[in-house]
Ligand binder design. Structure first.
Ligand SMILES: [Zn+2]
Length: 122
């Protein structure tokens, strides 16, 4: 989903930095470090890419492509104004997207329904 600054409290950046410190710049669910290249296996375990390049050798990680890990702050209940520390997690793209997937599918369905209903008016 698109990031919209107006959906967040004014102190968002300060809160994000605090959560980043709490997490010690690691994904709080899979322990992937921020700003490194690596990959997840099917079970979700994280592995650093060997060497400096973004793509690990096929023998080190068959079937997996390394990506740069970018950690972001997630609101676990999807309420971007609920900044209770228990509701926040510092997550990698994979963990964040997996957590948000059910919510995003509902939003996509609602948008599709709105479009479908609009089309019925004409
Ligand atoms: Zn993760």
């Amino acid at each position: 989903m698109r990031w919209n600054r107006s959906n967040y409290v004014e102190e968002h950046e300060e809160i994000r930095r605090w959560i980043q410190g709490r997490a010690q710049d690691l994904c709080e669910w899979c322990t992937a470090p921020n700003h490194v290249f690596g990959f997840h296996n099917k079970e979700g375990d994280f592995y650093l890419a060997p060497g400096p390049g973004p793509v690990p050798s096929a023998e080190d990680s068959p079937g997996y492509v390394a990506k740069k890990i970018i950690l972001t702050m997630a609101h676990l209940d999807q309420d971007t104004r609920n900044n209770d520390p228990e509701n926040l997690a510092f997550l990698c793209q994979r963990c964040h997207l997996n957590h948000d997937r059910p919510h995003n599918l509902v939003k996509i369905g609602e948008a599709r329904d709105r479009r479908h209903n609009q089309m019925r008016l004409f």
